[in-house]
Design a protein around this ligand. Structure first.
Ligand code: NAP
Length: 284
């Protein structure tokens, strides 16, 4: 049995499809609140999973900056509750972390061996979650993902979803930031990668983004190209869109350990984005 936390989110929305045929127990708020230790322990004791895929998190980076206690309570102590319950039940755990634990210069791509340097509360709370998983468990996988793409029309409130909406509603001009770098990660590919890698028993910390590193401007350009539209795309600096949480110049990641092991199952970000955008269009 595989128990999933935060299963109603962007990443969770692909679990049923990718893990088809497996025994799944999908949970989210309010049934399972990871900040409630008794609930977490009770659920894991009752369900007896052999693996917990822990997706639940507060992923709104700007909200985390303004609600610091909430961020650490959810992303760090919530993860501690899940890890402690896994320790007690002797089950494996998957924790999804983020390329935002890095804070490199423009275009810099980080491997698992690069020093972490989180620049905002969200990233710090996720990094503390990583440390707790590593301290408490031996049978864990920590997968760091990049800028998430996924969820489709219902759930995608992130950058890619917004740009697709702008395009489809007939905007003539779109502005996108060109001075911040990251690694797009199609959530379906991430879940597919998780499914493959948990078979290996190669526990540890891995980067699991789509291959490559780019700016939001590059992503918007690609979306417009995929949709075959004639829209003016203007490159702007991040100073034009001031946000509560500071962002690193680069959160880019490379799946270096998986490359070294010959296990890098991820495709490049452009191919993943094209599949996502075409899927969105077909479901119109
Ligand atoms: N989104 C990204 O860009 C990104 C990038 C890298 C890594 N990640 C990581 O990937 C994982 C999955 O993220 P995602 O993109 O699927 O995020 P998401 O769409 O925000 O989903 C997270 C889910 O967790 C739920 N949740 C929040 N607080 C909870 C709590 N106390 N107890 C139980 N469930 C709770 C949320 O419910 P509500 O919606 O009701 O709050 C939501 O259904 C997270 O660990 C995240 O940190 C995300």
């Amino acid at each position: 049995m595989i128990l999933v936390t935060g299963a109603n989110g962007m990443v969770g929305s692909y679990v049923r499809e990718i893990f088809k045929g497996e025994d799944l127990y999908l949970t989210d708020l309010p049934e399972l609140d990871i900040t409630n230790k008794e609930q977490v322990f009770g659920m894991i004791k009752r369900v007896k999973p052999s693996l917990v895929i822990h997706l639940a998190a507060e992923t709104d980076v700007d909200k985390c900056e303004q609600a610091v206690d909430h961020a650490y309570r959810t992303n760090t102590l919530g993860t501690q509750n899940v890890a402690l319950a896994c320790q007690r039940a002797d089950c494996e755990m998957v924790y999804i972390s983020t390329g935002a634990v890095f804070g490199g210069g423009p275009g810099e791509i980080h491997t698992e061996f690069s020093p972490t340097n989180p620049r905002n509360v969200y990233a710090r709370s996720k990094l503390e979650g990583e440390k707790i998983v590593q301290d408490l468990l031996t049978r864990y996988y920590i997968f760091r993902a990049g800028w998430m793409i996924g969820g489709g029309r219902q759930k995608d409130i992130k950058f890619v979803g917004k740009i697709i909406q702008f395009c489809l509603e007939g905007r003539r001009e779109i502005k996108a930031v060109s001075d911040k770098y990251g690694t797009p990660t199609f959530a379906r590919d991430l879940v597919g990668g998780i499914k493959e890698l948990i078979k290996t028993g190669n526990y540890g910390v891995y980067h699991l983004g789509n291959n490559g590193c780019c700016t939001r401007y590059d992503i918007a350009k690609k979306i417009i190209e995929i949709l075959g539209l004639d829209i003016k795309l203007t490159s702007v600096s991040s100073a034009e869109f001031p946000l509560p949480a500071p962002r690193a110049e680069s959160e880019g990641i490379r799946n270096y350990k998986l490359e070294l092991l010959g296990l890098n199952v991820m495709r490049n970000w452009e191919a993943a984005l094209a599949e996502y955008v075409n899927g969105w269009r077909q479901n119109a």
